[in-house]
Write a protein that binds this ligand. Structure first.
Ligand code: GDP
Length: 139
């Protein structure tokens, strides 16, 4: 059993595909252990994406991530970090496999609908960034 952090980014919420994204998780055996809708401040977005602070797109990315509400979720299941990344598809939707969330809904390398932790260490940091233990239900 593993946990990962998933975010439906502002473009995904705007496109009204919260249910579609959650359906893909649930129909692939992934359980939702925590969920909430929030809107990040610039400082909170910068903290979340701190690993990218030297990247040229950091300012644009953190502006985008504060541009509207997001849905943050803790996903739980066997091998869920990799499973979620597979369902999401490649960062650049043009390179994403058919049938992935980003292939089907992303419009831009930045506005790519979903975030998912990429390793156990980042998952632990990212889950802790948004949720305390009491807010996560073991499924
Ligand atoms: P991810 O793990 O697939 O989300 O990709 P990364 O960790 O490499 O990048 C984090 C996020 O930054 C991506 O999901 C995109 O929203 C954004 N991003 C990545 N590469 C670029 C880029 O070249 N330009 C812009 N504008 N945004 C990018």
């Amino acid at each position: 059993m593993e946990r990962t952090l998933s975010i439906i980014k502002p473009d995904g919420v705007q496109k009204n595909i919260i249910g579609e994204v959650i359906k893909r998780f649930e129909s692939n055996g992934i359980k939702i252990a925590a969920m909430k809708m929030i809107q990040l401040t610039k400082t909170q977005a910068q903290g979340f994406y701190a690993v990218h602070k030297e990247r040229p797109f950091f300012d644009s990315l953190t502006d985008f991530m504060t541009s509207g509400p997001i849905v943050v979720m803790v996903l739980e299941g066997d091998d869920v970090i990799a499973k979620n990344r597979k369902l999401m598809g490649a960062t650049n939707f043009k390179e994403a496999e058919e049938g992935t969330i980003r292939k089907d809904y992303a419009t831009d390398i930045e506005k790519n609908v979903v975030h998912g932790s990429d390793a156990p260490e980042t998952a632990a940091f990212e889950i802790g960034y948004f949720f305390n233990d009491l807010e996560i239900q073991a499924r």
